[in-house]
Design a binder for this molecule. Structure first.
Ligand SMILES: *[C@@H]1O[C@H](CO)[C@@H](O)[C@H](O)[C@H]1NC(C)=O
Ligand SMILES: *[C@@H]1O[C@H](CO)[C@@H](O)[C@H](O)[C@H]1NC(C)=O
Length: 532
């Protein structure tokens, strides 16, 4: 009797469950806490994603193209800053650098990092029952309390800063400012002297697991494989435990030095054409494909984007800005991508993919930012962010899931190193208009640099007519005046809002040699033997 009842009951339950699944597939997925994978590429260009420029027929990103075809391609998505640390800080806090305190990059010897007063996305998801893991480049401070496992991640594997912030004897594909290490000298000093017949081909970077160095110097050619197996293991284990997870993969790709899988005879410094970059791009893409396959069956949102535009100064080792050439600047000298507020500096290739929830084969031109990842993921997880602070990111759930086409009414682009004061809000987007109060350039391929220029009244471009930012709208025309008034008012409001924000954090950018990660203090930092 009891047995029969149980059977009947489970039969009814099963029936109901099946009905529910069939009729409300997407909704059902939402009611269960979804998994999140953020994949952040380094220095990638908007034009590097084939799907953004099909006419180029490049075929370097087949897996990402497929992800776009099965998901949503965001064409007007912007990194929150045009350089590494500020962009990552804003992604993980949902706030502009002027609020979270991170306005420029941390160094190998930085004693601090993202201010401890800031609350991070993994911290909040961890508290909500998520397993939180990170693989890749952190660059928000590695010393003491500033490492990823102290800022909300249960697990970490990666390099604490950029892959060109260590030295080697064999520079390979552009280890630009890295000079051979001096094993007799003090730690982290890069000698401006070239020693021939070097000691090894590895790079003096530490690979860190949780908060311990597990490899130093690092073999850059095995890094992709290490990242891949860690990511797949994290996905697999979380699935086994049936625990929702956040996996943040901050790739070394496409930042120089590139370490592409090429046939051995091609691994020569003489190979100075586009093949090196393309091979690295394909390697990155296949890593994305592996992550996608591993997570495909388990209610997972993958959000692929970039931390800033390509590093133009690196010439054939830099990515493509696509049509966003920043011509007003480049025709006056200087680069108009990474480290600048021209579109090439912050408009990044972005794909959101969530089978059965995000509509397949869709595109949105909503104006969005990497800062929106924070409120959007929290909203999808049913988590309310702390109310004791002000946020700049917006919840983009309706853009992702319901085809809404509007994002930010105003989006500010901070100075990231080309001109003026770090973090200053130099350019503003509203609708199709972009206004510059200050222009500046980064170093271009070939070495030209531009000078900072103040613009009062601001330069205003119409990005619909002029995506290359070549010719500003004539000042004084009614079109100009309407846009300028709106932008000026909003800019004043935001500056006032930040000036009166008691939750603003201050960053400590002090450096000290002792803060540099080293596995063996008796040796120069880049000469440590591999541990464990
Ligand atoms: C890192 O933490 C994981 C558990 O989350 C553990 O299995 C692993 O051994 C740790 N690694 C190191 C080097 O401490
Ligand atoms: C995707 O959409 C485009 C047009 O928007 C269409 O040409 C193409 O066939 C679609 N692809 C798939 C696989 O549905």
């Amino acid at each position: 009797m009891a047995e029969g009842f149980t059977l009947l009951l489970s039969g009814m339950l099963l029936c109901g469950l099946l009905l529910h699944m069939v009729s409300q597939h997407g909704v059902d997925k939402l009611s269960k806490k979804p998994n999140f994978i953020i994949i952040l590429a380094d220095d990638i260009g908007w034009g590097d994603l084939d799907a953004n420029q099909p006419e180029e027929r490049a075929n370097n990103t087949p897996h990402l193209n497929l992800m776009a075809q099965q998901g949503l391609r965001l064409t007007d998505f912007h990194s929150p800053a045009s350089t590494c640390s500020p962009s990552r800080a804003a992604i993980l806090t949902g706030r502009y650098g002027l609020r979270n305190g991170v306005t420029h990059n941390f160094a190998v010897g930085s004693v601090a990092g993202l201010p401890l007063s800031e609350v991070t996305l993994p911290q909040l998801l961890q508290k909500a029952g998520y397993y939180t893991a990170m693989v890749g480049k952190w660059h928000l401070g590695h010393n003491g309390q500033y490492g990823p496992t102290k800022r909300g991640f249960d697990y970490y594997l990666g390099i604490p800063y950029s892959n060109d912030m260590g030295c080697t004897d064999t520079p390979g594909y552009n280890l630009p400012q890295c000079f051979p290490c001096d094993s007799s000298g003090p730690q982290v000093i890069r000698l401006k002297r070239r020693v021939h017949g070097g000691c090894y081909s590895k790079v003096g970077l530490p690979l860190i697991e949780n908060s311990s160095i597990v490899e130093q110097p690092l073999d850059l050619w095995t890094l992709t494989e290490q990242y891949k197996s860690a990511a797949l293991r994290i996905i697999h284990n979380a699935k086994e435990r049936e625990q929702p997870y956040l996996l943040y993969i901050a790739l070394a790709h496409m930042h120089v030095p590139l370490a592409p899988p090429l046939p051995p005879d091609a691994l020569s410094h003489r190979l100075h054409d586009g093949r090196v970059y393309a091979a690295s791009l394909r390697e990155m893409d296949s890593l994305v494909g592996a992550v996608k396959s591993a997570s495909d069956d388990a209610n997972t949102l993958i959000w692929f984007t970039g931390d800033n535009g390509p590093w133009e100064q690196k010439c054939q080792y830099a990515g493509s800005v696509g049509p966003f050439k920043g011509t007003w600047q480049s025709s006056r000298g200087g680069g108009s991508a990474k480290r600048t507020t021209w579109e090439g500096g912050h408009r990044v290739p972005t794909v959101a993919y969530w089978p059965g929830v995000i509509h397949a084969n869709t595109t949105s031109a909503a104006l969005l930012s990497g800062m929106d990842i924070f409120p959007t993921l929290l909203s999808l997880a049913g988590v309310t962010p702390p109310s004791d602070r002000r946020y700049d990111g917006i919840d983009a759930t309706n853009v992702l899931l319901r085809g809404e086409q509007t994002g930010h009414k105003f989006l500010f682009h901070p100075n990231s190193g080309a001109a003026g004061k770090f973090g200053d809000l130099q350019a503003v987007r509203t609708g199709k208009y972009k206004a510059f109060y200050i222009t500046g350039a980064a170093e271009a391929c070939g070495g030209s640099t531009g000078t900072q220029q103040l613009h009062d009244p601001p330069l205003i471009f119409d990005l619909e007519r002029d995506e290359a930012e070549e010719t500003p709208i004539e000042a004084g025309t009614p079109e100009y005046q309407t846009a300028a008034d709106k932008i000026a008012r909003r800019r004043e409001e935001l500056l006032w809002d930040i000036a009166t924000d008691t939750s603003v954090s201050a960053s400590d950018y002090t450096t000290d040699e002792s803060a540099a990660p080293c596995c063996d203090p008796t040796q120069a930092v880049c000469r440590c033997r591999t541990l464990g």
